[in-house]
Design a protein around this ligand. Structure first.
Ligand code: PLP
Length: 490
């Protein structure tokens, strides 16, 4: 295929050349109605590119095939049979994919490091999760993705499960053995969905971890805004093989998605694919070299410990994304939360994620010598001035199995049950009715339908005291917790 083409971008240029006058949305009319003060901030180009697909970039019948051609080029670039663009983030793509594989009351294997959007899909669709638990490294306090044998056991115990959802890479750049898990799923005749939200760059350089489509996954979801050059909310899902019906997948997406897709998302997805096919190898090679240099510099800083390939081992990670620099800050006597806040306040450096033990910085093809230097100098300052940072209260970090809670109700039944807001001290033993998700990274510690344990609650409450944020709980301070009313609980 001709990857020098960018059908959506070309359609916008044609729209401008024709001088179309629009009498439908968007009401700002390509910027003519926008307040000058806003235009001065955002630039005229942003609004000028905001054009509907129907009766805008393409006609009412989509007879120019603008979107279809752009999606076909993306599919070709990443070795998929079919690709769908989504303008509602991977939060929606993940839901669409899960609902294309399992329906109300049906079982789906789900890796327990699932993002909250996965749990939302369980609630919305009434799917029964079969949790596949993680391998916890007790020293690092870090959970690695499940291995093929874990999935094989779960499928043997749940032969009616409709498929598996695997999350890889994780927020910390650790990767699962997609090929091994795909093989296990296919032996059982069920599809593998890979939530590869953090993996948009993976198809475009051979030294990066294997990309889901190349590893035999059936559906792969990725957020191009995370590690790529498209704007926020840009997501794609890719399909191959015959275990998932493309028309079902499209209809599930249609059920959830917007009817007013953003052309900014389509344009930037299209431009990203062209850029990566033409220049990805070179740009990503430079990013990989840069990340290695930053890693060497971090290794030389006392008190900081960079996670390296020692985590790649049986029972650990299968692979590691070299562009994710995960740095344990416990040696400085501070939490990751406090370190990240200090770096923002004092150095104006905003990191990717932070938890009790660590922070991460993600490099992309967009970084350069200046940003590399800024990052290294900021981390040196952090280590040199760590005694300025408040010592955080102690967090009761759980041991791995302590976060494997018993699921006693379907997430949907618990979420929509009659509920009570009880003092945290009375929540132990009750069935939680809400998501409780430290964010970022966004992996729920409590999922509706799970029985609350003292260990999980201690971890969350001591975490909040140390700077953990839980935006989705009804009471983000966790003095109280939303639980299923006794009358509705099993
Ligand atoms: C693993 C994972 N899946 C899905 C999502 C949702 O992606 P988006 O922000 O594009 O909606 C995220 C977001 O952080 C994520 O980390």
């Amino acid at each position: 295929m001709d990857h020098s083409r960018a059908p959506v971008v070309e359609a916008l240029l044609d729209f401008r050349r024709r001088g179309d006058v629009v009498f439908g949305p968007p009401g700002h009319r390509q910027g003519r109605g926008v307040d000058r003060r806003l235009l001065d901030v955002l630039g005229e180009g942003l609004f000028a590119a905001d054009v509907l697909l129907l009766n805008g970039l393409d006609d009412r019948r989509e007879s120019q095939g603008v979107l279809a051609d752009a999606q076909a080029l993306m599919a070709d670039a990443v070795h998929a049979d079919q690709t769908f663009f989504s303008t509602c983030g991977s939060s929606l793509s993940v839901k669409s994919s899960m609902m294309a594989v399992a329906g109300p009351g049906e079982e789906l294997l789900v890796s327990r490091n699932a993002h909250k959007s996965v749990v939302s899909a369980l609630v919305i669709a009434g799917i029964r999760p079969v949790w596949v638990h993680l391998h916890v490294d007790e020293d690092l306090h870090l959970a690695h993705p499940p291995e093929p044998e874990d999935v094989r056991r779960a499928l043997a115990d749940h032969p009616r499960a409709r498929g598996m959802l695997l999350i890889t890479p994780t927020d910390w750049g650790t990767c699962a053995d997609i090929e091994g898990v795909a093989q296990v799923c296919h032996d059982a005749g069920v599809p593998l969905i890979v939530d590869e939200a953090w993996g948009a760059h993976l198809p475009f350089h051979r030294d990066l971890p294997t990309w889901g489509m190349n590893a035999g996954a059936d559906v792969v979801v990725t957020s191009v805004h995370k590690m790529g050059s498209a704007v926020e909310q840009s997501s794609v899902f890719h399909l191959q093989g015959d275990l998932v019906d493309p028309s079902v997948l499209k209809q599930r997406e249609d059920l959830l998605g917007t009817t007013s897709s953003s052309s900014l998302v389509y344009l930037t997805l299209d431009g990203w694919r062209r850029q990566m096919v033409e220049e990805g190898e070179r740009l990503l090679a430079a990013a990989i070299d840069r990340a290695a240099r930053v890693g060497t510099a971090v290794d030389a800083i006392d008190g900081l410990s960079l996670m390296g390939r020692e985590v790649v081992r049986p029972g650990g990670a299968f692979d590691l994304d070299p562009l994710v620099l995960t740095i344990d800050v416990r040696g400085l006597g501070v939490t990751g939360y406090a370190a990240a806040e200090w770096l923002r306040d004092r150095c104006h450096v905003d990191l990717g994620a932070a938890d009790t033990c660590r922070v991460n910085a993600r490099l992309t093809h967009a970084d350069d010598e200046r940003t590399e230097q800024v990052l290294v100098e900021a981390l040196q300052q952090l280590a040199g001035r760590a005694d300025e940072i408040d010592r955080a209260p102690h967090v009761d970090l759980p041991r791995g199995p302590e976060l494997e809670l018993e699921t006693v109700m379907r997430p949907r039944d618990a979420f929509f049950a009659r509920v009570e807001q009880v003092p945290a001290s009375r929540a132990v033993g009750r069935v939680v009715a809400e998501l409780v998700t430290p964010y970022p990274p966004g992996v729920p510690v409590l999922v509706p339908g799970e029985r609350v344990t003292a260990e999980a609650l201690d971890y969350l409450r001591t975490g909040v005291a140390a700077g953990m944020l839980i935006p989705d709980a009804a009471d983000p301070e966790l003095s109280t917790l939303r639980v299923v009313d006794e009358a509705d609980a099993p």
